[in-house]
Design a protein. Sequence first.
Length: 345
Amino acid sequence: MNAPEKIRLTEYSHGGGCGCKIAPAVLSEILAATPIRGLPKDLMVGLETADDAAVYRLNDTQAIVATTDFFTPIVDEPHDFGRIAATNALSDIYAMGARPIMALAIVGMPLEKLPLAVIGEILAGGESVCAAAGIPIAGGHSIDTLEPIYGLVALGLVHPDKVKRNSSAKAGDALVLGKPLGVGILSAALKKGKLSQAGYAEMLKWTTQLNTPGQALAEMPDVHALTDITGFGLAGHLLGMCRGARLAAEVKFDALPLIAEALDWARQGIATGASERNWKSYGHEVELPAGFADWQKKLITDPQTSGGLLVACAPQAVPRVLKEFDGEAKEIGRLLAGAPKLRLT
C-alpha cells in the first residue's frame, strides 16, 4: 500500500503569510473612499492612523481592543501554519499594550483538496498558541474556499490611559525593534525549495514567538508609541508611525537585527513579490544613502509575518525596553522633527 502523498500547503496559495496583504498604496486608495460616519465618543482608536487594532473605552479603567488577522499558508506543515497565523493575529493586541482575553477562529479551507486531518492540524496549531497566551478560542466561522485561509479575531483589555498608539511618538524618541528581519525572504526561499532546516527552524522560532513584551511596555510612561512590523515591512510600518506623529525617522542599516540565512538569500536576489509592491507604494518617502544595494532595500521592505514590535521611547528608557525583550531587541534609530519620511544611514 502506497503512503499518502505529502501535502504542501504553500502549493495551494498564490502568496503566503503577511505577504498576502494588499499593497499599501492600493489599501490607502480603498480606505480613502470608505465613508466614516457617526463615530462614537468612546472609540479611542479607529481608522484614522492605520493603527494595529481598534480600541473602545468601556469605562474609566477598561478599554476593549479588537483586531482580525488571517492569511494563506507561509509554510507547508499544517500545525506550524496554525501556530504562525495565531501568533501573528495576537500580535496586534500586544502592539496596543493590551492583554488578550479571547479569540475567534477564521477558517477558509478547500475541502475537496485538503484532508480533514490536515485542517484539524491547522486548527490545533492555532489553539496551542492561544493556550500559551492563556486565552480560549471561543468560537469562529468557517467556509469552503479555493485557498487555505486561517487566522483569528482577537480581543484584549487595556487601561484607557495605557493604550499605546502608533501615532503618539515624540521627536527625539529612540527606536527599538523587537525581532530580526527576514521572514519574508526565508518564506520565498522555502517556496523555491532552497531553505535549509536550520533556516526553517529560525523562521519558526520568530514567527511563533508571542509579542508579550507589549503588556509590560504599556506600563512605561516613557514608551510613547508601539506598532508591529508585518506585511508592509520595516520601512512601511515605520513610515506609518511617522505619518501619525508627523515626524521623520532615521535608521542605521547596520544596526538592524537580521536573520543570518535571510541575509544570505537576500544577497543572492531572493525576495517576495510583496517587497517590490511595498517599495512602489512608499519608496518616494524613503531617502537612501549612496551605494545602498538592492538586497538592502529588499530587507527594509521585506514583509514580516508575525514580526517584532517597533517601540518609540525616550532615550533614557532604552535599557528598560531592551530588558523586556530578554536581549533579543536592538536600538535601530531615532525620530526627528520634520516632515514624515524615512532616512537610512
